[in-house]
Design a protein around this ligand. Structure first.
Ligand code: NAD
Ligand code: WQD
Length: 345
């Protein structure tokens, strides 16, 4: 988006998903107009009504696949967005091991198509959902943006491939304004309790699993290992509230409006939390017990990972504001009010 340009429209690929839907709320609040493009392969159309309810206005929605150049081009022609937030992608690590080609095709292939269309349509501002997974098993924590990148699974490889693609693109063409935001572990929900994370099937991630145990959908949590080199032996991660995360995206749009270039920025709190700390915090927030058993380590898991979040503060003026109790209280409100997610009211 050019400086002082009146175009406030932002194409949000994957905008029906967990993070993209919350981003739409923050975009509206900041005076932008999100347009959602999503093939609904891992989301529910009902989320668009919920965005409308929470934000006071619903985004335009086009159902389509980012690998479909014609469909994307039609969207650029009719809505003329000035920037793109690119959330669309598959994200299940286990599935990526079973279906690596699907992950390459959907995530990397889809991003190539999107970039081609943006180039053709003269739109050069992009905020990309990268991930702390690009650091693999880090040599040291906290992790700065200069840490070596390595993929430990096919999903992580797609994020790495896309970051490299974006590096090549910006090196070749000075018009691009791109940010790769490396998320740590997004959790939480909109404080209204009307929007949140709604994983299909058994949750892969800790927070939604704990929430489903607390609400009685699952009997107990399995804690994957308590023999890591961490204070209580369980895995340590940097959980970040989704509302803080999406505020970081809006702040990034402003950074891109100020000038061209490529930015790689961590979005995390800078604080590590263990699995057992999370269980305790969730019990306190919900007033429910979260029974658990310790089982073997999950293959591919690392001991500890948290961000050095100072670059985000310097470049974006952004820091995470919501603490662990807020992450748990907001997740619990969403889970309790929508025990089956978006499947029923
Ligand atoms: P999500 O699955 O809830 O949302 C992704 C959305 O993209 C879904 O609505 C899905 O239907 C859509 N989508 C997938 N492939 C598509 C395609 N080919 N065409 C159109 N739409 C497509 O996931 P999320 O948690 O909201 O994650 C959003 C992005 O952030 C992803 O790129 C993910 O890799 C990245 N990320 C997520 C996490 C996390 O823990 N949630 C962490 C780091 C990075
Ligand atoms: C957190 C901690 C587990 C579930 C994954 C992806 C990463 C990123 C975020 C997208 C670990 C433990 C978990 C359970 C458990 N996604 N755990 N029992 O593994 O840090 O990151 O999601 O980019 O790429 O790999 O997140 O929530 O799965 O696990 O004990 O049922 O909870 O061992 O220590 P992870 P997670």
């Amino acid at each position: 988006m050019k400086p002082n340009h009146p175009n406030r429209k932002v194409l949000v690929t994957g905008g029906a998903g967990y993070i993209g839907s919350h981003a739409c709320v923050s975009l509206f609040a900041a005076g932008y107009q999100p347009v959602v493009f999503d093939n609904l392969c891992n989301s529910h159309a009902r989320v668009l009504e919920r965005i409308g309810e929470v934000a006071g206005q619903a985004p335009d929605f086009i159902e389509g696949d980012i690998r479909d150049a014609q469909a994307l081009e039609a969207v650029f022609r009719s809505f003329e967005p000035g920037a793109v937030m690119h959330f669309a992608g598959l994200k299940a690590v286990g599935e990526s091991v079973e279906r690596p080609h699907l992950y390459q095709d959907n995530n990397v292939g889809g991003t190539r198509v999107l970039l081609d269309v943006m180039q053709r349509m003269g739109v050069h501002s992009l905020v990309f959902s990268s991930s702390a997974t690009v650091y693999g098993d880090p040599d040291e924590v906290p992790i700065t943006e200069h840490a070596p990148r390595r993929a430990t699974n096919p999903y992580g490889q797609t994020k790495l491939d896309i970051e490299r693609l974006l590096e090549t693109l910006t090196a070749k063409d000075a018009r691009w304004r791109i940010a790769c935001l490396r998320y740590f572990n997004p959790v939480g929900a909109h404080p209204s309790g009307r929007m949140g994370e709604d994983p299909a099937g058994t949750p892969n991630n800790l927070m939604p699993f704990i929430a489903q145990v607390a609400v009685g959908r699952r009997e107990r949590l399995q804690v994957f290992g308590n023999d890591y080199d961490t204070p209580d032996g369980t895995g340590v991660r940097d959980y970040i509230h989704v509302m803080d995360l999406v505020q970081g995206h809006v702040d990034t749009l402003r950074l891109l409006e100020a000038g061209a270039g490529l930015h790689m920025i961590n979005l995390g709190t800078g604080r590590g939390v263990s699995v057992l700390e999370m269980v305790n915090a969730f019990e306190a927030a919900s007033g429910r017990r979260v029974p658990y058993e310790v089982v073997a380590r999950r293959p591919g898991d690392i001991a500890a990972c948290w961000a050095d979040a100072s670059l985000a503060r310097e470049r974006l003026g952004w820091t995470a504001e919501r603490d662990l109790p807020a992450m748990c209280v907001d997740t619990w409100r969403w889970q309790q009010q929508n025990p089956r997610g978006y499947a029923e009211d």
